[in-house]
Design a protein around this ligand. Sequence first.
Ligand code: CAA
Length: 284
Amino acid sequence: MNIQTIMVVGAGQMGSGIVQVAAASGLKVLLHDISMAFIDKGLVSINKQLARGVEKGGLTEVRKAEILSRIQPSEQLEQAEQVDLVIEAISENMVLKTSLFQRLDTICPPRAILASNTSSLPITEIAAVTGRPSQVIGMHFMNPVPVMPLVEVIRGLETSQEVFEAVYKLSERMGKTPVEVKDFPGFVSNRILMPMINEAIFTVYEGVASVESVDTVMKLGMKHPMGPLELADFIGLDTCLSIMEILYEGFKDSKYRPCPLLRKYVKAGRLGRKSGQGFYSYHG
Ligand code: CAA
């Protein structure tokens, strides 16, 4: 399978990071979102990241221009008719994802692979709405995408070996270390990370220690780059809650119940960095 042209659907934080590393690896990338305003926002953020690279001296202006020249904004999903692979990075909502995959299935050429960057939704269920379940796979990147070396490559029940190998090799070409994972709730990353974050929230909820103390224990005691509560704000508390719900629903095990404090914060609109307030305040 020769993957040269890809489309990334979703120009948010994850989507634009994926576009950046894909273009840097030599792929031609179409960036699609539901409006030009979203696409422009994604392009601005990629530009900013690359400009930072030039400032720091790791990147030349010529290399930056070369990377940007491989990225093409795409307002029409129909442009997916020319691609070898689509990576979906839209909201974590099964209804939205399945309706997108159904449309992509009718637009994309028969050879095309359809990948989802979902952090926890079942790949097998997404694949089942298409006529090509053997060509549907999970490619779970970590945030910030240009920095984190991991990609979880998730096989759906029907994913073919050929598709798995193509996506595994592509992840390596994108400078990442792929890890093979089966399609189970939360895969590996979020099955382990989210209960830790949820437990950190319970620790604050039960008054064991303050937000800062919990984070300090994990940063200094376990050498985590960010404390779990700072990381929760970075990921987005709504995303953390939705992943915990998927784990709870998927395993029907009370150990995955979301902390009431997490639920309360999300209900109040305290979503972390993106809303300006989470466990910490980001109002400047
Ligand atoms: N995009 C691109 N590059 C970024 C970046 C961003 N958003 N944020 C930081 N960087 C780069 C910086 O430019 C810097 O690069 P150089 O070393 O080349 O100078 C490097 O990352 C380190 O950044 P800083 O010095 O500014 O800050 P730091 O040392 O505190 O690192 C961090 C920042 C990389 C985010 C670090 O704190 C970290 O690794 N945190 C944990 C992140 C993590 O756990 N991510 C996974 C989240 S879970 C997930 O994504 C999956 C899911 O499904 C929820």
